[in-house]
Ligand binder design. Structure first.
Ligand SMILES: CCCCCCCC/C=C\CCCCCCCC(=O)SCCNC(=O)CCNC(=O)[C@H](O)C(C)(C)COP(=O)(O)OP(=O)(O)OC[C@H]1O[C@@H](n2cnc3c(N)ncnc32)[C@H](O)[C@@H]1OP(=O)(O)O
Length: 237
């Protein structure tokens, strides 16, 4: 684990070094080209391996991709911004134009995808629709540090929220999230979040998950969540 962490850090530093040494291309781009490259970033699927992924993460990714071959599992793509029907639903219910300026909104992106490769949240989620469960493979980078050398609990909570949410499908909001942090997570290590839908009661979805090390020997956290399907008749703002 330690070896993969340092290897991960080394490749992150290598990437940063390259980036810092390189000219800041975006400043020199013509507007049309800038728009094109922004579009490309927006439509990029981030739930795919990049050079910062540790051996552990790549290995698990390959194992789950194999499970996808017979259709029982699927890899969920992940974008900085989403143009799916689901996000349209969120806009309908929650976006009061008075609350967020149009210009600010055009800059919006999912904050877990706002870091450069390897520095923040590296993750991919696989879903088993029949079993109503997901597996999230997560490597928290050096910018997610809390206590020195350890992953910040808020970063873990964020990933738990996303992992539980990925079990729901459709337009939902987190109403309650309850986490027991049992062991600290080493920074840059890979954890596996197993989530499942336990109960559906009207608009209420009750979910639970656990967070374990790759070798499954360490139980880092356990959590439950209540998600509420949005009611099209209601607006929260
Ligand atoms: C989440 C997954 C997304 C899926 C993928 C979509 C694609 C998107 C793209 C990319 C993925 C990105 C993923 C990001 C994930 C981010 C998630 C978040 O960070 S969410 C922000 C934090 N959460 C809030 O800010 C909610 C604030 N709260 C509310 O807006 C409302 O309270 C809401 C919508 C949750 C419920 O309000 P009401 O008016 O619709 O419903 P009422 O009538 O109050 O409650 C319905 C039932 O639920 C119970 N309930 C509500 N809240 C409860 C609570 N905290 N504890 C227990 N019960 C509760 C109530 O008692 C009621 O129960 P009875 O039907 O009477 O049995």
């Amino acid at each position: 684990m330690l070896r993969s962490c340092t290897a991960g850090l080394r490749s992150i530093w290598a990437l940063r070094g390259r980036r810092e040494g390189a000219p800041r291309l975006s400043m020199d781009l013509q507007p049309a080209r800038r728009l094109f490259s922004t579009e490309k970033v927006i439509h990029k699927d981030w739930a795919l391996p990049n050079p910062s992924w540790s051996k552990d993460l790549k290995l698990l990714f390959d194992q789950f991709m194999k499970k996808c071959e017979d259709g029982s599992w699927e890899r969920l793509p992940s974008y900085k911004r989403t143009s799916t029907q689901e996000s349209e639903d969120f806009k309908t219910y929650f976006l009061d134009p008075k609350l967020v300026e149009e210009e600010r909104l055009s800059q919006a992106q999912l904050f877990t995808r706002g870091f450069e490769d390897g520095l923040g949240f590296e993750y991919v989620i696989f879903k088993n629709n029949d079993e109503k469960r997901t597996v999230c493979l997560f490597q928290g980078g050096p910018y997610l540090q809390g206590v020195p050398g350890l992953l910040h609990g808020g970063a873990m909570a964020t990933m738990i929220d996303i992992a539980l949410g990925s079990c729901t499908g459709g337009a939902v909001m987190t109403a309650n999230l309850n986490i027991n942090f049992k062991r600290p997570v080493p920074l840059c290590s890979v954890v596996v979040i197993n989530s499942q839908l336990d109960k559906l009661e009207g608009r209420k979805l009750f979910l639970s998950c656990n967070v374990r090390s790759v070798d499954e020997k360490t139980l880092y956290s356990e959590a439950t969540g209540l998600f509420i399907k949005l009611d099209p008749e209601k607006s929260s703002t």
